[in-house]
Design a protein around this ligand. Structure first.
Ligand SMILES: [Zn+2]
Ligand SMILES: [Zn+2]
Length: 160
């Protein structure tokens, strides 16, 4: 059991969520959850009839982290967490999911100086830096591609 799981069990239990629903959210067996609650005096007011908490979370009705109700905005992206704090905690407890997300990072080589760089999201980026972009775009003819751009110089510019 991780710290995050025990915290989730505690918070969901305080909200009157039943053992089975908690178990499905934190990914433990119902017995483990029940034993934990008993040994920590977390009886609360169990409402076993609570709609499966996991379902509520998947539907965006309850915070993925603490199970609190979420008010969805009428427009824009669906919220998964009740607060920034919960979002940070949940992501910190799920590094495996973060790793999957990192496929959004692209490793590229600058077409001007050849230096490798990593770009997040925009896989169409061609240059490691704004400087390289300007050189390639506007000074190419004059430079005849012979001007040496030190890779160290590229590094100084953090162009997003
Ligand atoms: Zn929350
Ligand atoms: Zn470059």
């Amino acid at each position: 059991m991780t710290d995050f799981q025990t915290k989730q069990i505690r918070e969901l239990r305080m909200r009157g969520v039943g053992y089975r629903a908690i178990a499905s959210v934190v990914g433990l067996s119902r017995d483990v959850v029940r034993n934990y609650c008993k040994s920590h005096s977390l009886y609360g007011y169990a409402t076993e009839f609570t709609m499966n908490m996991k379902e509520q979370m998947q539907q965006g009705k309850a915070c993925l982290c603490c199970g609190k109700d979420i008010k969805q905005p009428n427009t824009g992206r669906k919220r998964k967490f009740c607060s920034d704090k919960c979002r940070r905690e949940w992501w910190a407890a799920h590094p495996d999911v973060v790793q999957k997300k990192e496929t959004a990072f692209y490793k590229k080589a600058c077409i001007y100086c050849g230096k490798p760089f990593t770009v997040y999201g925009n896989k169409n980026r061609k240059y490691c830096s704004y400087e390289c972009y300007v050189h390639d775009r506007f000074w190419r003819a004059e430079e005849g591609r012979e001007t040496y751009v030190s890779p160290a110089r590229c590094e100084e510019v953090n162009y997003e």
